[in-house]
Design a protein around this ligand. Structure first.
Ligand code: GLA
Length: 392
């Protein structure tokens, strides 16, 4: 017989049907965009066990855990060497990964790790090539809950084929291989693909098991780079859904290269994009502005909206852009952005967003009800945003 699961058709045998509850597809590890912290943007190679523990402590004491942040993700440079049996060990910066996972779990948080389908990671450490099942089993034994799998040196093998199609086949097989290995562990592990957004990964990232996939090259802590990446997501909304998210890279909020107005633009846009919210700053040293931006409950509610529909650009006029995201219950989150170097008025007519009657309007960052409106015109600071919630 044929059963419809999501959009796919799956043949189901009688024996399998008789197996009862075991038939249910496993719950996705990422029903909403993952929230947490990642070591790379701030610490890069200067990451170690003590620093990770301190970030976990700060995630709790700052209130970020209570705001929804969960994952503490170790990025590149934790890797040591393989023993005679091929088992990967952490380097001296991470003396006991299982003990670290236990510590992070004891705080009500989850631990993530990083590897590459190639022989070497991007920072030149040991990758998982040829050891996929073994590494997945090791991660599960440590208690890992999230894997970022970064293409890096597999790209060299792909290039060596001299053919786009052959290269693509190598890439898909490599991502599928680790997906199967992670599933075989029986532990729910969020699977994050990182290949910088080439080959329209948003079209196939979910089919190789990815819960999220990077849609771009690396972010940096500059307004121009953040804006190039963030506003470059136009058109990708249809590829995101619960369990499968576009990932425009980790947050730079609080790293010091942008002002609070620009960081609010960054955070608002990521929420409209249903992007993973992975803080990339030092959580032990946050200004009140940084903490307020990262923990604004109404912005997080937009990012985590249970309908799981990504927002998209609805209008652009030079450096002024309007983005909207449909929310559960029929409302919409709307960002009025000014990318120019001068303050500017931005206007939105709600009929253009599909509203026929006046709707309740709330300015999220100002935490202010604006009444029932049919349109809104507001002065937006340079590089800034006014984020609205319309309707429900
Ligand atoms: C790549 C990734 C980054 C980071 C580094 C680590 O550049 O895109 O996010 O993981 O590798 O080496």
């Amino acid at each position: 017989m044929i059963r419809k699961i999501g959009q796919g058709l799956v043949a189901v045998g009688l024996a399998a049907l008789l197996a009862g509850p075991a038939m249910a597809s496993p719950p996705s590890a990422a029903p909403t965009p993952p929230m947490g912290w990642n070591s790379w943007n701030h610490f890069a190679a200067k990451i170690d066990d003590a620093t990770v523990r301190a970030q976990a402590d700060a995630m709790v004491s700052s209130g970020m855990r209570d705001a929804g942040y969960r994952y503490i993700n170790i990025d590149d440079t934790w890797e040591g060497t393989r023993d005679a049996a091929g088992v990967i060990h952490p380097n001296s910066k991470f003396p006991d990964m299982k003990a670290l996972a236990d510590y992070v779990h004891s705080k009500g948080l989850k631990l993530g790790i990083y590897s590459s389908p190639g022989p070497k990671t991007c920072a030149g450490y040991e990758g998982s090539f040829g050891h996929e099942a073994q590494d997945a089993a090791t991660y599960a034994a440590w208690g890992i809950d999230y894997l970022k799998y970064d293409l890096c040196s597999l790209g060299d093998q792909m290039k060596a084929t001299g053919s786009l199609d052959k290269a693509q086949a190598i890439e898909l097989a490599a991502y599928r291989k680790m997906d199967a290995a992670l599933r075989a562990t029986g532990r729910p592990i969020v699977y994050s693909l990182c290949q910088y957004g080439v080959a329209q990964v948003w079209r196939w990232g979910g089919s190789v098991g990815g819960n999220l996939w990077r849609t771009t090259g690396d972010i940096s802590d500059r307004f121009s780079r953040m804006a190039t990446i963030g506003f470059g997501q136009a058109g990708l909304s249809k590829y995101a859904k619960p369990g499968n998210w576009n990932d425009p890279d980790m947050l730079e909020v609080g790293n010091g290269g942008m002002n609070p107005v620009e960081y609010r633009t960054h955070m608002s846009l990521w929420a409209l994009l249903a992007a993973p919210l992975l803080a990339g700053n030092d959580l032990t040293k946050m200004t009140p502005d940084t903490l307020a931006i990262l923990t604004n409950r109404e912005v997080i509610a937009i990012d985590q909206d249970k309908a799981g529909r990504q927002g998209d650009r609805v209008h652009a006029e030079g450096p002024l852009e309007v983005w909207a995201r449909p929310l559960a219950g029929g409302g919409k989150a709307v960002g009025l952005f000014n990318l120019s170097d001068q303050p500017s008025y931005v206007e939105v007519n709600y009929a253009d967003l599909g509203f026929k009657a006046p709707v309740r309007t709330r300015d999220i960052w100002a935490a202010k009800e604006l009444g029932k409106l049919k349109s809104y015109r507001v002065l937006v600071p340079n590089h800034g945003v006014v984020l609205l919630r319309l309707g429900a």
